[in-house]
Each structure stands twice: as structure tokens, then as C-alpha cells.
Design a protein around this ligand. Structure first.
Ligand SMILES: NC(=O)c1ccc[n+]([C@@H]2O[C@H](COP(=O)([O-])OP(=O)(O)OC[C@H]3O[C@@H](n4cnc5c(N)ncnc54)[C@H](OP(=O)(O)O)[C@@H]3O)[C@@H](O)[C@H]2O)c1
Length: 289
């Protein structure tokens, strides 16, 4: 099957050598303001929703970002335009993360056009298009969901590892979900795959730590203003909004801030952890929708 990959450089690749080097203090100040300056990141599913917020956060931290998407090119291009406003740049690359041949081609393009990789955020996910309870789930839907949500991040990390190692190490962040730990109606396919991704995070973390690559995951609850939430009954959203001790919903920017931190050197000691972002929701015994 032909593989369609598109790559659109938006901003020229900045080189540290091109920066005005008036003094070491100036250089150090710029680096400290942009802790990911000179880094290259790939965000799968970076064109919309939470993935897009992560793209912009990494851009603000100084990284240049490959925005992966599978269908909607316009969204990817508008994400790149926003990235430019953050004084960063990147590429849009189409690849279905559930297709391992396309995953392989995607990383070949990243190596060729971006010149390497330091950060991988596995955010692309499927499975909510046909929400079903566990007992009503169908084999093909489960296989497709597993392909994108588990095998995609698994083999993306496998492809990313040598690229990161060649640049002295890196950071991988997986997007898991509270639906892996708690029951959510009609969320069985996604919940089970996110549980697998949570486990995979720990296995990859142990295997890749000696190669200088940290693997962690971020586990949001219901994220306001993202499409994923539309699959759940609205009564759940209301109950979560009402109940979370934080007193406000989790936003894509909340998730992006934590992902950004996990990609920065300050989080170096965090390895193989699943960081829950739920505003304290799961501290409660019962939530009544
Ligand atoms: N939303 C929530 O409340 C919530 C809660 C917990 C965890 N999460 C997790 O956070 C992540 C982002 O969620 P979201 O709600 O922001 O998702 P979303 O709005 O549905 O965005 C999906 C993104 O993934 C891309 N994508 C979908 N299938 C793909 C594939 N096979 N290959 C490559 N890209 C693909 C889409 O690109 P195209 O449009 O081009 O297909 C789009 O950029 C997911 O891993 C999700 O499970 C979300």
C-alpha cells in the first residue's frame, strides 16, 4: 500500500551557532528561558486537542516540533502556524500510527528532515468513535484501537530510541487515561488499551533508562475542551466538574504543562511514572453522575 507522508518545514532550523553570541551570559539566559532550545520533538496526534496544546507548549519551551496527524491536514497546518507565533517552527507529517509500516516511514522522515529526535509524545489515540461497553465490544474495533493506542506508541518508541541515543538521550511521554484505572461507561476499548500503555511505559522505562532515554506517562481525567470528552455521557462531565477538589476542570494546557516538565532536564529523576492529573478526583470514594 502506498504510504502518504507529507513534510512541510515552516521555519528554518535554528542553530545555536546562529544565535547572537554577545556574551556567555546572554547565551545562558536564552538557554534558561528556552530549556528545550535545539531539541526536536515529535507529537503523534499533534494537530488537535491535547496533542496540539502539547505541541505549542514544547514550542514555547524552545523545541522545534514535528506535528503528526492522520487525516486532517488543515488542522496540522494551523498548528504549525500557531507554533510560529510561539517563536518556534516545525513540520507536519502525516502517518497513521496504527500502521507499523507508516510508523517506520515517519521516523525515517524525521531523521532525514529534522535531523534527529529528542522528545516523543505519544498522544494519538482512537477508539471513541464507536463507544461500547466491554460486553458489546467487537473484535475488529478492539484490534484497530489496540493498533493505534498500544502498538503505535510501542513501535514509535522503538523507532525513536536509536535517534535519541544518537543525540545523547531523550524523553518519551505517553498519554494514558483514568479510564484505565476506573470504570467509565462505553470506554472499554480505550480503557483497556490505556491500561496496556501504562504497563508498557514501565517496561520501556527500565529497558531504555541505561540508554539515557526516560519514559513516563501522563494520565488525565476528563479534559475540558477536547474531543475525547464528547464520547462520554454529559452527566459524567457535570459530576466531574462538580466533584473535583481542585474546583475546576482539567484543561489541555494543564496536560501540556506536565508533559513539558517531563521533557525538561528538571524532571530527570522521574522514570517510568504515570502522573495522574485529575484535580484530586480519584481521592474521592464515590462520584455520582
Ligand atoms: N480528552 C480527554 O478527556 C482525555 C482524557 C484522558 C486521556 N486522553 C488522551 O489524550 C490524548 C489526546 O486526546 P484528545 O481528546 O485530545 O484527542 P483528539 O482530540 O481526538 O485528537 C486526536 C489527534 O490524534 C490524531 N490521530 C487520530 N488517530 C490517529 C492515527 N491513527 N495516527 C495518527 N494520528 C491520529 C488526530 O489527527 P487527525 O484529525 O488528522 O486524524 C488528532 O490530531 C489521547 O491519547 C487520549 O486518549 C484524553
Amino acid at each position: 500500500m502506498p504510504i502518504l507522508l507529507e513534510s512541510r518545514p515552516i521555519a528554518p532550523r535554528p542553530r545555536l551557532a546562529d544565535w547572537p553570541q554577545s556574551s556567555h551570559a546572554d547565551y545562558n539566559r536564552r538557554v534558561s528561558e528556552k530549556p528545550l532550545a535545539g531539541k526536536i520533538a515529535l507529537v503523534t496526534g499533534g494537530s488537535r486537542g491535547i496533542g496540539r496544546a502539547i505541541v505549542l507548549r514544547l514550542g514555547r519551551l524552545g523545541a522545534r516540533v514535528v506535528v503528526n496527524y492522520s487525516r486532517r491536514e488543515d488542522d496540522a497546518l494551523s498548528a504549525l502556524q500557531e507554533l510560529q507565533k510561539c517563536d518556534s517552527g516545525g513540520w507536519a507529517m502525516r502517518a497513521d500510527i496504527g500502521d507499523l509500516e507508516q510508523v517506520h516511514e515517519l521516523f525515517a522522515r524525521v531523521k532525514e528532515e529534522a535531523g534527529g529526535l529528542d522528545i516523543l509524545v505519544n498522544s494519538a489515540a482512537r477508539g471513541l468513535q464507536r463507544p461500547r461497553d466491554a460486553m458489546a465490544s467487537l473484535p475488529n474495533h478492539l484490534r484497530n484501537t489496540f493498533d493505534v493506542n498500544v502498538l503505535g506508541p510501542w513501535f514509535s518508541t522503538k523507532e525513536a530510541a536509536p535517534l535519541m541515543e544518537a543525540r545523547g538521550g531523550g524523553s518519551v511521554v505517553n498519554l494514558t487515561s483514568l479510564g484505565a484505572q476506573r470504570y467509565l461507561p462505553k470506554y472499554a476499548a480505550v480503557g483497556v488499551t490505556k491500561g496496556a500503555l501504562d504497563t508498557l511505559t514501565r517496561y520501556l522505562a527500565v529497558e531504555l533508562a541505561p540508554r539515557g532515554i526516560r519514559v513516563n506517562s501522563v494520565c488525565p481525567s476528563w479534559v475540558e475542551d477536547s474531543e475525547g470528552v464528547t464520547a462520554l455521557p454529559s452527566s459524567y462531565g457535570e459530576a466531574i466538574r462538580r466533584s473535583a477538589p481542585l474546583g475546576r476542570p482539567i484543561t489541555p494546557a494543564d496536560v501540556a504543562n506536565v508533559v513539558g516538565f517531563l521533557c525538561c532536564p528538571e524532571s530527570e529523576a522521574i522514570v517510568g511514572q504515570n502522573i495522574v492529573l485529575d484535580g484530586g478526583l480519584t481521592l474521592l470514594g464515590v462520584i455520582n453522575p
